[in-house]
Design a protein around this ligand. Sequence first.
Ligand code: ADP
Length: 202
Amino acid sequence: MSYIVALTGGIGSGKSTVANAFATRGAAIVDADVIAREVVQPGEPALEALAQRFGKQIIHSDGSLNRPLLREKIFNNSEDKQWVNNLLHPLIHARTQQIFREASAPYILWVVPLLVENGLQSKANRVLVVDVTPEIQLSRTTKRDNVSLQQAQQIISAQVSRPQRLAYADDIIDNNSTPDTIEPRVKALHNCYLKLAASVPR
Ligand code: ADP
């Protein structure tokens, strides 16, 4: 089992940017969002289960999941939301563990936007938080996603607060400054994680 470093942060904090910098250094990246999409790909039993609960219209004509419709259906229905979580979370967990077990890299950078929201911090050996002020988070998110300030604010409010997330951080990347400050920090952390990974039995 590889050493697991969870990378988290709020929307627009810079997780993808930081993950890319680690990838450039040769770190192995596992993206929780990619795994979450894989378990509902056409042909997966979970997709069929969703169609049975929410109707055939939850599946596009090309066989893929209609994500906006599913989001809409569970948005105001906590029972349905819980049902979907109970269906998907064990599948996502099992697949994630399988990837961790089969990995040969010294350490894995596990990118998990909702690490703290979903109580997953104990699944990692170490937690790295990308940190920005709410103001910067808002401005970068609205610029990147072309959403209104209000929409971005809503998404941020649905996530854990900055202090709640930072409470779980072993390491922090301060991303309030210019992008060129990321690289030296990533270089130092990458070396630190290689050393930590080498010091624990596999
Ligand atoms: P996340 O994956 O956490 O949602 P991204 O890595 O996509 O965040 O970053 C959000 C946006 O901010 C992107 O458009 C990215 O290019 C930009 N960005 C990231 N870091 C910086 C920085 N230090 N300065 C300016 N823009 C940045």
